[in-house]
Each structure stands twice: as C-alpha cells, then as structure tokens.
Design a protein around this ligand. Structure first.
Ligand SMILES: [Zn+2]
Length: 149
C-alpha cells in the first residue's frame, strides 16, 4: 500500500515536470513566431535628426519615408554610416516594385546599394546605437540619398 502511494507521487512529479517542459517549449516557439512577425529596423528621422529603432510588422509593406515618433509626418528612412568618413545618411530605399526590372550589377552603379553622399563610397554600415538605447541624436542636416533608377 505504502509503496503504491509512493509510486503515485512519483508519477505525479514526472507528469508535472513534463507539463512544465512542454509549456516552456511552447513559450519559446511563441517567441520565435513573434520574431518572424515583427522585426527591428534602424531608421533616421531627417527632421528631428535622430537615429532610432523601430519594430515593424513583417506583414506591413515597407514604404519610405516612414512615420517617426520624433516628428510629424513621414520623415524616417533607413540609415547608413560610411565606413571611410563616418557620414550618417538617410537612404531612400527603392521599393521592390521599383527594382523589379533592374538587373544586378556593379555595386558602384547598382541602385540597391546605398552610397555615401560625401565620398560616394559603398562601404557602409548601419550605425550602432549606444547600448540599451532605442534612439540617439545626430548632427543635422541629414542628407537623403536617392538612388538613381
Ligand atoms: Zn564617405
């Protein structure tokens, strides 16, 4: 009798652990779905002179300029920083539709490639925000680079 009860208790513990593991797995799966649904963009507000992170839904079409929390209207563009001279600039990213018939080509000429407005170089990176911060001020005016299509 005593042994049976001990086994029952043991069984309940095993079930509880299993339920906990499944719940944890479900939660991490949920997080993965969230990441697929939303992603973070680094943008620059060309009115407020601010670089900031914005979480957007993968379902929304990406159209620039985008709304920014720092100014009225649509003033936010993807932001890049030149590796050579440190220039931070806005890139008026062409839409997928605009690029439909543009063949892949030399990066010097390709409109998909953001180029520095100062040195015309295409060695650029996304500027890093200070750790733990969602936005930072940058000196303006921020140049808006428009690719020639
Ligand atoms: Zn440059």
């Amino acid at each position: 009798m005593k042994k049976q009860r001990l086994m029952q208790t043991g069984l309940i513990v095993v079930i509880l652990i299993a339920v906990g593991l499944i719940a944890r797995q479900l939660k991490s799966r949920q997080d993965t779905i969230e990441i697929l649904k939303n992603f973070e963009l680094v943008l620059v507000d060309t009115q407020a002179n601010k670089v900031f992170k914005k979480t957007v839904s993968a379902k929304e079409p990406l159209e620039y300029p985008m709304e920014s929390p720092f100014s009225e209207g649509k003033n936010a563009y993807p932001v890049f920083q030149c590796v050579n001279d440190g220039t931070i600039f806005a890139f008026d990213m062409p839409s997928a539709k605009d690029l439909e018939n543009v063949p892949l080509q030399d990066p010097q000429k390709d409109p998909r490639v953001p180029k520095c407005p100062v040195c015309n170089g295409f060695m650029v990176k996304v500027p890093e925000l200070p750790k733990g911060q969602k936005s930072m001020d940058i000196p303006g005016p921020v140049k808006i680079v428009k690719p020639s299509l």
